[in-house]
Design a binder for this molecule. Structure first.
Ligand code: F6P
Length: 333
């Protein structure tokens, strides 16, 4: 949408599962808006806030000291009412009532679907990908992924200490919804015995039983199995290991702890750039796009196209993991 009228006031909302770095985006959006002489309104609780007119003015004080804070000061929600025509009409009415010339929507695919609906109803929107799952097709990177990986790595390092002491097997379930980005990255970083991801069919005998046996034959006495939530239940995997291998694994589901905590430097920096570019696009008269990362740079992708794009897990990472884990099991040193 080139050549649109100059924006005077925009809204920003966070929607779907929260992710470390969302506050850094909110700060960047508000500060960049000020820079371009645009007022910024924080819409609370995602699309529900647009429907219910739940908002807060984002003045300088509101976004001070939030760059390094986890969660989202605007709260987040998944909103069923926004799925209905009536709900969306109410949301558009709120935009009109508050004089919002555009909305920056921060979240995952669900958030962008909502943004697309809004733009079809005439509200200019920009999307910013933020989810610990890193599963947004149009962007190499999504805000929160690095922080969640580091949190999971930290937890698993701690688990390893106790597994090592007791010579046990640990089965750890990590988040990721239907994708294995988080599990594979974390699995490589913690030197897992085996990683189960939805993108790779699980061969229980080869991927787990043989790995544990080979490791044991090489002198290893503790084992770390990382399971992506989309690849199956850690409890079920542990039960099968007990049945087949005869050892009694301990199960840890890392769960929502992965979504909390201070964002890493990478998340703060990328969030700040994405927030800046989203508002700059508005200031330059563009809208209807998702801000995405490509080979280190920032690009804009039309939301409709962004929603059709698929991102594949780099399977060489799986091969690397297999090669390293297998050779560690064969060579004792
Ligand atoms: O999309 C982020 C995510 O944390 C997924 O990894 C997970 O499957 C889901 O959200 C959990 O959602 P909820 O917070 O609604 O339980």
């Amino acid at each position: 949408m080139e050549g649109a009228k100059k924006m005077k006031r925009i809204g920003v909302l966070t929607s779907g599962g929260d992710a470390p770095g969302m506050n850094a985006i909110i700060r960047a959006v508000a500060r960049t808006a000020m820079h371009f002489g645009i007022e910024c309104v924080g819409i609370r609780r995602g699309y529900a806030g647009l429907i219910n007119s739940d908002f807060v003015m984002l003045e300088t004080n509101m976004v001070r000291h939030i760059l390094g804070r986890g969660g989202t000061i605007l709260y987040t929600a998944r909103c069923d009412e926004f799925m209905t025509e009536k709900g969306r009409e109410k949301a558009v009415a709120t935009c009109k009532m508050l004089g919002l010339d555009g909305i920056v929507a921060v979240g995952g695919d669900g958030t962008f679907k909502g943004a697309l609906e809004l733009s079809r109803l005439g509200v200019p929107v920009m999307g910013i990908p933020a989810t610990i799952d890193n599963d947004i097709g149009c962007s190499n990177y999504t805000i929160g992924f690095d922080s969640a990986c580091n949190t999971a790595i930290d937890c698993i390092d701690k688990l390893r200490d106790t597994m090592q002491s007791h010579e046990r097997c640990s089965v750890v379930e990590v988040m990721g919804r239907h994708a294995g980005f988080l599990a594979l990255y974390v699995g490589i970083a913690v030197g897992a015995t085996s990683v189960l991801i939805p993108e790779h069919p699980v061969d229980f005998e080869q991927d787990i039983v043989q790995r544990i046996q080979n490791s044991r034959l090489a002198g290893v006495t503790h084992f770390m199995i990382v399971v992506a939530e989309g690849a199956g239940s850690a409890f079920e995997i542990a039960r099968k290991i007990k049945e087949t291998v005869g050892i009694d694994p301990r199960v840890t589901v890392l769960g929502h702890i992965q979504r909390g905590g201070a964002p890493t430097g990478r998340d703060r920096e990328t969030a700040t750039r994405m927030g800046y570019y989203a508002v700059r696009a508005f200031a330059e008269g563009r809208s209807g796009n998702v801000i995405a990362t490509r080979e280190g740079g920032i690009v804009e992708i039309p939301i409709e196209e962004a929603l059709t794009m698929k991102k594949h897990l780099q399977m060489d990472r799986y091969e690397i993991l297999e090669a390293i884990a297998a050779s560690g099991a064969i060579h004792k040193n």
